[in-house]
Design a protein around this ligand. Structure first.
Ligand SMILES: [Zn+2]
Length: 382
């Protein structure tokens, strides 16, 4: 199993006794209501998904991330974890701020405020996304954030694990499971889609080479037209149960925003999976990309910039399809038959068929998986 990023799994979750005190203390403190994205970040900080970060980035760390893609300690870090506000004067440095979410009455966390600073959004956006084009969904969301950032360590009070709590595992939990199962090498498969046969083919190819596989759908904020969290989870639960041997795959969700930052997000995805204990990360041709903002294989190539990352990419460069003549899933490297013999894994076609209530051919999608997707109340994000 792998060492956590920076050496230790960060734990900023208050124990039950301290939690009681913090709830009482929060009544007397300045308040800040945060959105679901920041709340997800706080939960991830608290249980060590973002180790070694213990809170929201200060100015030195943000500057280091923007200029070097590393924290000020030189540890690789590509996606800034930040907490924005629109006014600087509401809080005082040195104060503790009680953080609340819109949907729950109890405080989520305490923020021990060490810095309040103005940030250069366009410069940060350029460094993270490689573009400032407002048509890029990640760029648009970051540019819309407040002009000032609050920084400092957090303490989590409300440890609710959300609608998929049973499979929303913390790094300490996945590490324990990996150790119990005796997995030495563990590959992470990141997804935001329901699985088709090409995905399963990749997962099984990798499973032949490693001790275990962590399938980890990213849940949380998505684009309209994306599959809903419940559709993805239902599909994977069915696939894992019916088509993988018991004890070789762990399915666990990861609540965090997709930024669509392509190469930099691929590195961020790998860092998070390193913290869960993974030694390898499966990286596709357009990993975490959107539109045509990133070149094919740019995400895979980005790993060469971080020889000290501590988790290895497993590049999946090839386009796959089902070949009727080979009767199996193939690529240009394994099949020479003409395009007429192909059944392609087109995301657009699969999506369309699901929307129309037509089961894709079994060569493309397991019938059980299709049924599981159709069983949820909302299949697509509206
Ligand atoms: Zn063929």
């Amino acid at each position: 199993m792998n060492q956590p990023h920076g050496g230790n799994v960060v734990d900023r979750t208050l124990d039950p006794e301290a939690r009681q005190e913090a709830v009482a203390e929060a009544e007397t403190l300045p308040r800040l209501v945060i959105d679901s994205s920041r709340a997800a970040d706080i939960r991830n900080i608290a249980c060590g998904v973002y180790s070694p970060c213990t809170g929201f980035l200060g100015e030195d760390d943000l500057e280091a991330v923007v200029t070097t893609s590393r924290l000020s300690t030189r540890i690789p870090w590509t996606i800034p974890i930040i907490c924005d506000v629109s006014e600087a004067g509401l809080y005082e440095v040195g104060a503790t701020v009680a953080l609340y979410t819109e949907d729950r009455p109890q405080p989520l966390a305490l923020l021990h405020l060490e810095e309040i600073y103005e940030w250069d959004k366009a410069r940060t956006v350029q460094a993270v996304f490689g573009t400032v084009d407002g048509g890029h969904p990640g760029v648009a969301r970051m540019m819309a954030r407040g002009d000032y950032l609050l920084a400092g360590p957090i303490d989590l009070i409300d440890d609710d694990r959300g609608p998929f709590a049973a499979i929303n595992l913390r790094p300490a939990q996945t590490r324990k499971i990996f150790a119990e199962r005796g997995w030495q090498t563990i590959a992470a498969f990141q997804t935001r889609n329901v699985p088709h046969a090409g995905h399963e083919h990749i997962q099984k190819s990798v499973l032949r080479m490693v001790g275990g596989l962590l399938i980890q759908p990213v849940i949380g904020h998505k684009k309209p037209g994306d599959f809903t969290d419940e559709a993805i989870v239902a599909a994977y639960q069915t696939l894992v149960e019916n088509y993988f041997p018991p004890g070789r795959v762990l399915l666990s969700v990861l609540p965090t925003d997709m930024h669509y930052a392509g190469p930099n997000e691929a590195i961020h995805h790998a860092i998070m999976r390193k913290n869960f204990g993974c030694t390898h990360m499966i990286v596709g041709r357009d990993h975490a990309g959107v539109g045509s903002y990133y070149r094919p294989e740019e995400a895979i190539a980005r790993f060469a910039d971080f020889p000290d990352l501590g988790i290895a990419p497993l590049p999946m460069r090839e386009e796959l399809w089902f070949c009727r003549r080979c009767r199996g899933i193939v690529s240009a490297r394994t099949c020479s038959h003409p395009p007429d013999d192909r059944i392609e894994f087109s995301g657009t076609t699969i999506r369309q068929m699901i929307q129309e209530g037509t089961a894709p051919p079994a060569e493309i999608m397991r019938p059980e998986v299709y049924d599981a997707v159709q069983s949820v109340s909302h299949i697509f994000v509206s």
